[in-house]
Design a protein around this ligand. Structure first.
Ligand code: AMP
Length: 429
């Protein structure tokens, strides 16, 4: 199947081809025709599946088929975080570069003035986080009366973050006659309630099952004691094959502490969390994207929407308490069919969370330990069943070496493929 058969106009197809997308992803194949038929849609899709283009392409097509005199906001996209809003804004601008449509991003943490100026100049599309949008609605700078298309992206996360009252207020200001699309990693009871309230006779598209980690990501657990986690991280990062690494910390304080320790060990690191100013966050992300630093330490909220090509490894320094967070975290690598590795440090206390995760994904994740690393007495019993498989590149089987038949996004970066076939081991908890 190609993009040409999906009903998109030549200018959008040109943008798609300039981006290097040759075949539509499954969610794009499923969603684009439905949206072009003006159906409301619920998209249950893993992160990194190409869902931004899945909604943006057909909506841009509908907007060009029904042009309006003057630029008035007709498409509103709501997203949980500033990073995701920026990411969507960038994608929409790239996809619409040959169309006469203007997009404005509206999010907190930066001055309102440039955003108000952007709205004054005329915007056809608004990508916004709920809080700042409500502020600008309150001060009369945003008018949603002409919105015909509404997208709620990462709706599950918006609910988790307590945005439901704001979303209700915003949706209440948008005409009832509209097309609404909602995307979520899971179809929970809460999401079902919201869809019943805000969507009309929606078509449900579910790609890759509910919240199953992307198949392209190889996952490993590394049992370790709490006290030895930083040392283990530093030990692993000495391996240059880990060339673009996103490290997750449970807390902002923890993220700063890890970044300081890595810096002290001469591993250039940036940190991303919500206590940092917007400009600090953008700087951190840019340094990571440009390869000036190979490690980015982030918290869950800040990492939402991070779309960096070629992340080679995600390391869960702290194991996530919620299986959905695990799925989102590991979705940061292996995006759009690229290959990536997801490594999770697990302490004895994490046992129940690991159990919940394995139950949800329906499989056991391989336990490993790092040869030559001093785990200390405390952890020895916990790691005794893990396989000593943090092998060097030369020890890896040929088929698992980078470049052995698998492509990775992010041209120019050295690959670091999976090591060997997963071996089943005894549970250590
Ligand atoms: P998303 O799930 O929208 O965040 O997209 C994840 C990544 O996949 C982004 O880097 C997109 O640029 C990329 N992508 C989206 N659609 C395609 C496609 N059809 N072919 C290749 N890459 C794609």
């Amino acid at each position: 199947m190609s993009f040409q058969t999906l009903g998109l106009g030549p200018k959008l197809l040109q943008a798609v081809s300039e981006l290097g997308y040759s075949t539509p992803t499954p969610i794009q194949l499923a969603a684009i025709p439905q949206v072009l038929e003006k159906r409301d849609l619920i998209g249950i899709a893993q992160t990194g599946t190409g869902k931004t283009a899945a909604f943006a392409l057909p909506l841009l097509e509908l907007m060009t088929q029904h042009p309006l005199q003057g630029a008035r906001p007709r498409l509103l996209i709501l997203a949980p975080t500033r990073e995701l809003a920026l990411q969507i804004d960038e994608s929409v601008r790239t996809l619409s570069k040959h169309l006469r449509l203007r997009c404005v991003a509206i999010f907190g943490g930066v001055g309102e003035r440039p955003q108000i100026d952007g709205l004054r100049r005329g915007a056809d599309i608004i990508v916004a986080t709920p809080g700042r949008l409500i502020d600008l609605m309150g001060s009369g700078h945003v008018n949603l009366r002409h919105i015909s298309y509404l997208v709620l992206d990462e709706a599950d996360r918006m609910l988790d973050m307590g945005f439901l009252p704001q979303i209700r207020r915003i949706v209440g200001s948008v005409p009832k006659q509209r097309q609404t699309l909602l995307f979520s990693a899971t179809l929970s009871k809460e999401i079902e309630k919201v869809t019943a309230e805000m969507l009309v006779n929606p078509k449900i598209i579910e790609i890759g099952g509910r919240a199953n980690p992307a198949d392209t990501v190889a996952q490993f657990l590394y049992p370790v004691s709490k006290a030895r986690k930083v040392e283990l991280l530093i030990h692993m990062l000495r391996d240059q094959k880990l060339d673009s690494v996103l490290v997750f910390s449970r807390t902002k304080h923890g993220a700063d502490k890890i970044a300081r320790k890595l810096d002290a060990a001469r591993i250039p690191t940036a940190a991303l969390h919500s206590n940092r100013s917007q400009s600090q966050r953008i700087r951190a992300l840019d340094a990571f994207k440009d390869g000036q630093v190979r490690v980015l330490v982030a918290t869950d909220i800040a990492a939402r929407g991070i779309d960096v090509q070629g992340i080679s490894h995600v390391i869960n320094f702290d194991f996530p308490m919620n299986p959905e967070d695990y799925v989102h975290r590991i979705g940061r690598t292996g995006r759009a069919n690229a290959i990536g590795d997801a490594i999770s440090f697990v302490t004895i206390e994490d046992g129940p969370y690991v159990h919940d995760l394995e139950k949800m994904i329906g499989k056991k994740i391989e336990r490993r330990n790092v040869e030559g690393f001093n785990y200390g007495e405390e952890a020895r019993s916990a790691t005794s069943h893990a396989s000593p498989a943090h092998t060097s590149r030369s020890q890896r089987p040929a088929a698992a070496r980078p470049g052995a038949g698998r492509a990775r996004a992010g041209a120019g970066r050295a690959g670091a493929g999976r090591s060997g076939a997963p071996r089943r081991r005894e549970r250590t908890w």
